[in-house]
Design a protein around this ligand. Structure first.
Ligand code: AMP
Length: 114
């Protein structure tokens, strides 16, 4: 059994509120939402951090960008605007070391981020 929580969600060992799934990508609602819409989009393959993606991951990396747009349209946040965040590494506050894209929407966001 994997000790990665997102691998366990992928494998159905931990329940999740899935919003999208294909052969390469999975998306589910964040358990501790920071906005009315807060979805995590992950590669099914275990990649710890964004900076660990390799040449051979181009297909999944590209697919994730398209899936994010699809999810935003599905959730009704595409037109108003939404934020995509990847925390890469400890200094950026990454807490789960399986690459994930936060898709946040349904409220206003400020800049710069904290
Ligand atoms: P990060 O700090 O960027 O690594 O974000 C990790 C995110 O995973 C946080 O927003 C957590 O709320 C979320 N999270 C942790 N465990 C779960 C879970 N079992 N299901 C859904 N989201 C989770």
């Amino acid at each position: 059994m994997s000790d990665c929580i997102f691998c366990r969600i992928r494998d159905g060992e931990i329940p999740s509120d899935k919003v999208y799934e294909d052969d390469l990508v999975l998306a589910f609602r964040d358990i501790n939402p920071q906005a009315p819409v807060h979805i995590l989009v992950i590669p099914k393959k275990h990649v710890a951090r964004l900076a660990d993606l390799k040449e051979c991951d181009q297909e999944v990396a590209g697919r994730i960008q398209l899936v994010i747009g699809e999810i935003a349209r599905q959730e009704g946040i595409a037109e108003d605007g939404f934020r995509v965040v990847v925390n890469n590494g400890v200094r950026a506050n990454q807490t789960v070391f399986h690459l994930h894209y936060h898709v946040l929407g349904g409220r206003d966001f400020s800049w710069p981020p904290g």
